[in-house]
Design a protein around this ligand. Structure first.
Ligand code: ZN
Length: 479
């Protein structure tokens, strides 16, 4: 029974591919509770074409596709400056008592570039003073993508300053709440001593949890007139997955820490809220590929990012396409190519770029131009079906290359994720609440169904760009 929910907790594990859960013994009070005792969709997939952190988190909170919410990749492209823009970049805001870290730009961050509402935004519009929304993530983009535009708080770790911080987009007072300052005082030395390895440590998992717990206590989450939301995102899984691989003992150790942390968090909430109703969700922002070094006979590979750009531009020069102020085509990342502003006949240059990508690169299955994508002139194969809905017109690339399965656009990590194939899109989707009757659903399900389903449970509007069907089993079970 889920009428009058007091608290909704949504936990996101960065780069958690569902099959990782099938090979380990899960804590029956933690992840095991959510997967084995709740409503578990074991074939849930992200539907953005480019699977990575920023669009993945945005899909969870908004239920929308990149073609509407605007976050196609971890970076966008600014056509005027011809430079990348970080997905949550916002130079009208700054981090509080900490230095912004992304790409050494001393810029602030906010949800400004996310162009649809999150579930929390809809809650705050309805009940601005009767409900609280808090989001926590190790990465700023994770916390911001979940918290959205109107969260009461979104907090993340500032690696340059070794403290947890937020943006003045969320905290107008410019002073961290006492419970955050106290947390920083307690944790600063540990974070500093771990340095760069903090991001890949079990300590960071524990600390994200501890900060979420501090918010739960100090902000009285679950005790307001209307439902509160607590979003929690763990990033160490992604960092270790990239560096050690998807089937490594190091990654299992991180999963164990997440499991333990989640058990602690659920236990604490249950203890305090007693008979009040709460619901816990577990999902991931994207899956991951494989460690190709282990399987040399398996088709797949890694391209060298800078060589793609070089080779492509050599080919374009041969085809008579040139720019007077920079390379004719620049790759933002993950096969997104932007042509220089001074190229006059864009359509011709796009066709030539497509031709060069098709003919020069072993890892590229095919390439599509902006015009082809926007006019729907691409094949209707199942593996291309999300390309059109993932393309935001004013931010999209001139040409997008589609990789072959188990191929990546870069070779600087052991395992990566960026494609639309099942290994990159497959994440767990589990919902547990006290009294739920366990059920495993094998139907292929979209992660974008989560936000509208939660909106229905909370009796709010859907987020503004959420188009997917409800998770009917959850609504039926929770009558
Ligand atoms: Zn990643």
């Amino acid at each position: 029974m889920l009428t009058s929910l007091a608290l909704l907790v949504v936990i996101v594990i960065d780069q958690l591919r569902t099959d990782e859960l099938f090979r380990v013994k899960l804590n029956p009070a933690g992840i095991g509770k959510l997967i084995n005792q709740g409503v578990f969709y074991d074939d849930a997939h992200h539907t953005q074409f480019f699977n990575m952190t920023c669009p993945g988190h945005v899909a969870i909170s908004t239920g929308a596709e990149p073609g509407l919410h605007g976050i196609m990749l971890n970076d966008d492209w600014d056509p005027k400056s011809e430079k990348p823009v970080y997905c949550v970049e916002d130079d009208t805001h700054h981090w509080i008592q900490a230095a912004a870290d992304e790409k050494d730009q001393n810029l602030g961050t906010s949800a400004k570039r996310i162009l649809t509402t999150t579930l929390g935004d809809e809650v705050k519009m309805l009940w601005p003073n009767e409900s609280k929304i808090f989001a926590f993530g190790f990465k700023d983009r994770s916390a911001i993508a979940l918290g959205g535009h109107l969260a009461d708080g979104a907090y993340w770790f500032a690696p340059k300053s070794n403290v947890w911080t937020t943006s003045d987009a969320y905290l107008k007072s410019n002073t961290l709440p006492k419970w955050v300052s106290e947390f920083n005082e307690k944790k600063y030395a540990v974070a500093k001593s771990l340095g760069r390895s903090y991001a890949s440590s079990t300590q960071s998992v524990e600390d994200v949890t501890a900060l979420a717990e501090a918010a739960f206590d100090n902000e009285n989450l679950g005790l307001h007139k209307k439902p509160d939301i607590l979003w929690v995102s763990y990033s160490a899984h992604d960092v270790v997955g990239h560096s050690e691989g998807d089937a490594s003992p190091a990654l299992e150790k991180i999963l164990e820490a997440e499991d333990k942390s989640i058990a602690r968090l659920i236990g604490k909430i249950q203890n305090k809220l007693q008979k009040k109703k709460f619901l816990v969700v577990l999902t991931g922002d994207h899956g991951a590929g494989i460690n190709q070094a282990l399987y040399p006979a398996i088709p797949g590979g890694k391209m060298k990012e800078h060589q793609i750009e070089e080779k492509l531009n050599e080919c374009l020069t041969k085809e008579g396409i040139q720019s007077h102020h920079r390379k004719a085509a620049v790759q933002l990342h993950s096969g997104h190519f932007y042509l220089a502003n001074d190229i006059k006949d864009k359509q011709n240059a796009q066709q030539k770029t497509k031709y060069c990508l098709q003919t020069e690169f072993e890892g590229i299955w095919n390439a599509y131009t902006r015009e082809e994508i926007l006019s729907g002139a691409i094949p209707t194969t199942s593996w291309l079906k999300n390309l059109i809905s993932s393309y935001y017109p004013s931010r999209g690339a001139d040409v997008i290359s589609v990789f072959k399965p188990y191929w990546n656009s870069h070779d600087d990590v052991v395992v990566s994720h960026e494609t639309s194939y099942d290994y990159d899109s497959w994440v767990p989707l589990a919902l547990w609440w006290p009294g739920v009757i366990k059920k495993t659903i094998h139907r292929r399900t979209q992660v974008t169904s989560l936000a509208p389903t939660l909106a229905r449970l909370l009796k709010t509007r859907r987020p503004s760009g959420a188009m997917a069907d409800y998770l009917t089993e959850v609504l039926d079970e929770s009558k």
